[in-house]
Design a protein around this ligand. Structure first.
Ligand SMILES: [Zn+2]
Ligand SMILES: [Zn+2]
Length: 116
């Protein structure tokens, strides 16, 4: 069964959902009660952002930014490596050169295997 706190929480949520003008909407308290309206969700992610100093669930975009930053920076040590070509999708002359060398190296290994 519900503990007293859970029961209060449930009652609070019911009150909150019944009244869209409740002042607890748009606060982490509302979110904590279980309200998932736009205002409460915004309050929660705002709180999270302030607490951790970063936006929640932004990993994918960060990686896109990292890749873009790598390609825009010619002094990045990943240029001229397979990682630069494969991981960062870089197609600069150095990365292309390394990738084509690696490709022919792998091709040669395959051919050597066949010739055995
Ligand atoms: Zn709400
Ligand atoms: Zn490159």
């Amino acid at each position: 069964m519900f503990s007293p706190w859970q029961k209060t929480k449930k009652n609070n949520l019911e009150k909150l959902l019944a009244d869209p003008n409740d002042h607890r909407h748009g606060t982490t308290t509302g979110y904590d009660y279980g309200c998932r309206c736009l205002k409460c969700k915004a309050a929660s992610s705002d709180y999270y952002r302030k607490k951790t100093g970063r936006a929640p669930r932004k990993k994918k975009l960060d990686w896109v930014e990292i890749k873009a930053a790598m390609r825009a920076d010619p002094s990045n040590p990943n240029h001229g490596t397979i990682a630069g070509y494969v991981k960062y999708d870089c197609r600069c002359p150095r990365c292309l050169d390394t990738a084509s060398k690696e490709y022919s190296r792998l091709k040669k290994i395959e051919e050597d295997k066949k010739n055995l």
